[in-house]
Design a protein around this ligand. Structure first.
Ligand code: FES
Ligand code: MG
Length: 601
């Protein structure tokens, strides 16, 4: 529960009785010269000094939409409704841009930019006269970077998701973001469709404004924001094009002002129980494997202890309830109409799997928010007792190849389960021959080389794809088998890598391996032809190579990775931690609640 706030903090005609942070800029008798400087340039677009000096909360709108971030672009319009809400609740809106991040387009990967956007937003929230902020989110990294920054600065903050695109259709079938591309790529390789058909199906998945309509990383991270208690109830799943999205923008703007008046800060909401709730919700929605590094990063910046094993201990046994691609059948619209994130959380709460006492930005507890939120479509959101899959969380693995990696159980197909997890006589233990690729160029060049001898007993390994190696960590571990195998109907091989995979992928990869090869992790020493043993029952993954041989190979040095291409790449590589740890900037988490001490004039 939130602590009771002292009476004198409460609202009086929308004007705070507490001295607000922004008044240190705009109403500061000790610095009258500075106050004039701070005030005057806002006049040039029509804000009056009286408004800025009135003691009304000044609410930033962290605008993540732009032509370069198409998934979030409609926030440019939604901001009008956010402003209306802020004004109606007695606040003053001030909108500013955040660093653009477009998952599908930024090379070498948008993941490189998450920490950069984080740094930029920290400086803005800290260095300008803002009392609270609406964080507009959507595309994958826009959500974690915003919440990481909100924790560091710790001014009242609320997430407004942009919502998914409408459902895509192609040839009478649902065409979901990303997922249709991975599936069509297999069909193309197997000769079932041509390049034109591939392009058509892929483009059909994006029929409107909004972010990816599958349960990829965007939908997942917005669901995580809601599960953590950082957005209004039901916010995450409303499609971007629905009228409810504009209404949600208005209500979020209003609530941002109240958060300032009630002095509810991210640190009140982002607690360990909230993060454990989020991990469980991620399992139940069949969420992205990228939730692991992003939640780790958000927890780090919130000062919350979140252990990599928490995914196994708290998340693994949770069943899959949301029938949404890539783990299920449907897309964002049906998911929203079925009740969205609150309906999934309602199931978990009834089953005793959720901490309902967690405070949220609504000012109520999570359990209070979820009252009456039962699902309305059981085809799309299953009852807890009749899930799509049991034990649908992430399996956490370790061994001599890495200290930590995860495997998303909700996308393990029946075929894969039969071949690798349930083969009679060695249930859950698989030994295969490693074929190792150094980066994705190497994979694309050689995957169809018959001399590699890739068959059903092969384990594909990719390295040089982690935070330091790529740099940024790339979504490349969902390696497709060679065309010859696809033509024989073998859809996926076991794959292992120190990179990530798209949240829209339906591959049962062992990924996010930490430490990565470029940091001297075990993957650096594996060679093509080695036997790798995966023990799914005990969460082990080892190369069956003896210690002296591994020591000898260390003499060969760490496999090379490309040089730094930009100044930021160099800064990033020198200070980034591993995916197990959230790939945050080393030392950045030492800074918390920094708004408590105003910056010098
Ligand atoms: Fe932006 Fe998927 S590419 S949300
Ligand atoms: Mg992605």
């Amino acid at each position: 529960m939130l602590e009771e706030r002292p009476e004198e903090d409460m609202t009086d005609n929308g004007i705070s009785k507490r001295r607000l942070r922004s008044q240190d800029w705009f109403d500061n008798p000790d610095h009258i010269d500075m106050t004039a400087l701070y005030l005057e340039r806002f006049m040039n677009y029509g804000i009056t000094p009286e408004e800025l000096r009135s003691g009304k909360p000044i609410i930033g709108i962290a605008q993540s939409g732009s032509d370069l971030t198409p998934c979030n672009r409609h926030h440019l319009d939604l901001a009008k409704r956010i402003r209306d809400g802020i004004r109606d609740a007695g606040g003053i809106p001030i909108e500013f841009p955040t660093h653009p991040m477009f998952e599908n387009c930024k090379r070498p990967t948008a993941a490189l930019d998450r920490n950069l956007a984080y740094l930029g937003l920290v400086e803005v929230l800290y260095g300008y006269p803002l009392d609270g902020v609406v964080l507009t989110t959507g595309c994958d990294k826009t959500t974690p970077s915003a919440l990481m920054a909100a924790s560091t600065v710790n001014i009242p903050a609320i997430v407004l998701s942009g919502g998914p695109m409408l459902d895509g259709w192609h040839d009478g079938e649902l065409a979901g973001s990303g997922t249709v591309i991975w599936r069509s790529r297999r069909k193309l390789a197997a000769g079932e469709i041509d390049e034109e058909g591939f392009m058509e199906a892929s483009l059909a998945s994006a029929p409107s404004i909004g972010h990816c309509n599958t349960m990829g990383t965007a939908s997942t991270m917005n669901a995580m924001a809601e599960a953590l208690g950082m957005s209004l109830t039901g916010c995450a799943a409303i499609p971007g094009a629905y009228r409810e999205r504009g209404q949600m923008a208005y209500r979020t703007g209003r609530r941002a002002v109240e958060l300032v008046l009630e002095d509810i800060k991210p640190s009140d909401v982002l607690t360990r129980p909230a993060f454990l709730n989020a991990i469980k919700v991620n399992s139940a929605i069949g969420g992205s494997t990228n939730a692991q590094p992003h939640l780790a990063a958000m927890a780090k910046h919130a000062g919350v202890e979140l252990h990599p094993d928490d995914w196994q201990v708290h998340g693994f046994d949770i069943p899959l309830l949301a029938n949404v691609q890539p783990a299920g059948a449907y897309l964002g619209e049906r998911f929203h109409r079925a009740g969205g994130v609150p309906a999934v959380m309602w199931e978990l709460l009834q089953a005793g799997k959720l901490d309902g006492d967690c405070p949220t930005v609504t000012g109520k507890t999570m359990a209070e928010n979820l009252k009456g939120r039962e699902a309305t479509d059981r085809e799309v959101i299953r009852p807890f007792a009749e899930p799509l899959k049991e034990r649908a969380g992430f399996l956490v693995l370790k061994g001599n190849l890495f200290d930590f990696a995860i495997m998303k159980m909700s996308v393990v197909s029946e075929d894969f389960r039969r071949r690798y997890l349930q083969e009679p006589g060695r249930e859950g233990v698989f030994e295969g021959r490693a074929v190792v690729f150094d980066g994705s160029e190497d994979y694309h060049k050689r995957i169809n080389d018959a001399d590699l001898g890739i068959d059903e007993n092969t384990i594909l390994v990719i390295r040089g794809a982690g935070p330091i190696g790529w740099p940024g960590s790339a979504e490349v571990v969902n390696m497709q088998p060679p065309d010859a195998l696809l033509k024989r109907g073998i859809r996926s091989l076991p794959t292992i890598g120190d990179g990530r995979q798209s949240g829209t992928a339906d591959s049962p990869s062992i990924l996010n391996a930490s430490p990565e090869s470029a940091a001297g992790g075990g993957l650096a020493w594996v060679r093509t032809g080695d036997t790798i043993r995966i023990d799914f029952n005990h969460g082990r993954c080892d190369m069956l190579v003896d210690e002296t041989e591994i020591e000898r190979r260390k003499g060969d040095g760490i496999p090379a990775v490309p040089p730094d291409a930009t100044p930021w790449q160099r800064i990033y590589r020198r200070s980034v931690t591993q995916l197990s740890d959230g790939a945050v900037l080393d030392g950045a988490a030492d800074f918390r609640n920094i708004a408590a001490n105003p910056p010098r004039h």
